[in-house]
Design a protein around this ligand. Structure first.
Ligand code: HEM
Length: 216
């Protein structure tokens, strides 16, 4: 985890702060949301002093989440929001080589198509959570059917975001060792880049843009 001389810089301090801001607000929203949704998880309300205050905390966390989502969408759109055709589609068809044995997995840029799908899920469903959340928070003026739909959409959004978050945390830690450094310290070994983002590495090398860790 501690950067070693010669490691390659793959994220800026600003990107790491924004990732941390988005991750913490999103995880707290998931925990407080699940605590409201399931009776068996109502105990999660204890640190908040009860269900009512946890609901209030959830709504204000929702407000704090809005800038995190918009800044993240702008920050990573170019690298994670646009698919490369046809190589990214080929990559998806082969499950990126993660699910079964595959020869010749297409090379990926800064982010692979799986990460791009996660990014787009967070952006699209995150927006849906904000819209549905505000309508549930201030239901006056909406008919009952619309408000009921918002509860259903909010639950659907939770399902989409939570499933990807679990995969994201697994791959970022145990699944692909060395990845956590990319977002904790900003540096990864060149061998990691060659495997995870070879197209990006070549491009940066060609443009002489690579930054290396100089040592402590
Ligand atoms: C990643 C984002 C979010 C997640 C994962 C999330 C998750 C949840 C979950 C699981 C519930 C329980 C639903 C139920 O009991 O049927 C809930 C309820 C609620 N959420 Fe969110 N939420 C998010 C964002 C937001 C935002 C941005 C707002 C608005 C500021 C918001 C406002 C609400 C409200 C008002 C409720 C309570 C509904 C009620 O029981 O009266 N949520 N949320």
């Amino acid at each position: 985890m501690i950067p070693q001389k010669g490691m390659i810089k793959v994220s800026t301090a600003f990107e790491r702060v924004i990732h941390c801001y988005l991750a913490i607000t999103c995880l707290l929203l998931i925990i407080t949301g699940l605590g409201m949704m399931f009776h068996s998880l109502n105990f999660l309300a204890q640190p908040f002093g009860g269900l009512k205050s946890m609901k209030t905390a959830h709504t204000y966390l929702g407000v704090i989440f809005i800038p995190a989502l918009f800044i993240s969408a702008l920050l990573w759109w170019k690298d994670a929001g646009i698919f490369d055709f046809p190589s990214d589609i080929e990559w998806l068809k082969k499950g990126g080589g993660y699910l079964w044995h595959v020869d010749n997995v297409p090379e990926t840029g800064k982010y692979n198509p799986g990460q791009k799908l996660f990014f787009l899920t967070v952006v699209i469903f995150g927006l849906l959570m904000i819209i549905s959340g505000f309508i549930m928070w201030f239901p006056e003026g909406y008919n009952k059917e619309t408000v009921n739909w918002m509860y259903a959409l909010h639950a659907l959004g939770l399902l989409a975001i939570l499933s990807f978050v679990i995969v994201h945390i697994y791959l970022g830690t145990i699944g692909v060792p060395g990845s956590a450094g990319a977002i904790l310290t900003g540096y990864v070994p060149k061998s990691w880049c060659l495997k995870q983002c070879p197209k990006w590495l070549r491009q940066q090398e060609k443009e002489d843009k690579l930054e290396y860790f100089e040592g402590h």
